[in-house]
Design a protein around this ligand. Sequence first.
Ligand SMILES: O=C(O)CCC(=O)C(=O)O
Ligand SMILES: [Fe+2]
Length: 192
Amino acid sequence: MDNLLPVDGTAVLFPALFTREESDHYLEVLQEKINWKQEPVIMFGKTVMQPRLTAWYGDEGKAYSYSGITMQPVPWTEALLAIKTRAEAVAGQSFNSALLNFYRNGQDSMGWHRDNESSLGLNPVIGSVSFGAEREFQLRHYMNRSMKRSVVLTHGSVLIMADATQHYWQHAIPKTTKPLGARINITFRKIM
Ligand SMILES: O=C(O)CCC(=O)C(=O)O
Ligand SMILES: [Fe+2]
């Protein structure tokens, strides 16, 4: 498996962890059964709504802070537990929480960030599962921002980010004018 990053971290894509049928099924189930919300976030001192819907699932007692908001996890659903088991097999470790993002169309997005909260420990392994519309996932080196990588996250894929990635690399899902449908992404994490 090829590392997408030239230095300072590891990011490996498994383009078809789930079959087409499984992926179609999970896209539908997650759209319907997840308690999706559009959350406010504070940016440059102003409260704005996030350009996507989110939900936070996890083991009890694993509250999580994310860009200035603290989220209480909802108990796992059967579908999420089945997906988590598959992601854990590829990642080689267990996860106890997951941030879910629902990108309704190409105008929904996620800005540049690192998943480097101290609650995740020094070099967190993150398993990022995608269903639905294919979106471009961009990476750029935090200290040398002209160093960039980009990969398309396909329906049923999992991207594993590990080692020092969250220390040295930011990632983002840019907006696109392409007429795209819905995409759901789940980033599985392990809160210490
Ligand atoms: O939607 C994606 O692929 C990225 C999600 C992400 O970066 C996150 O949840 O922290
Ligand atoms: Fe992230």
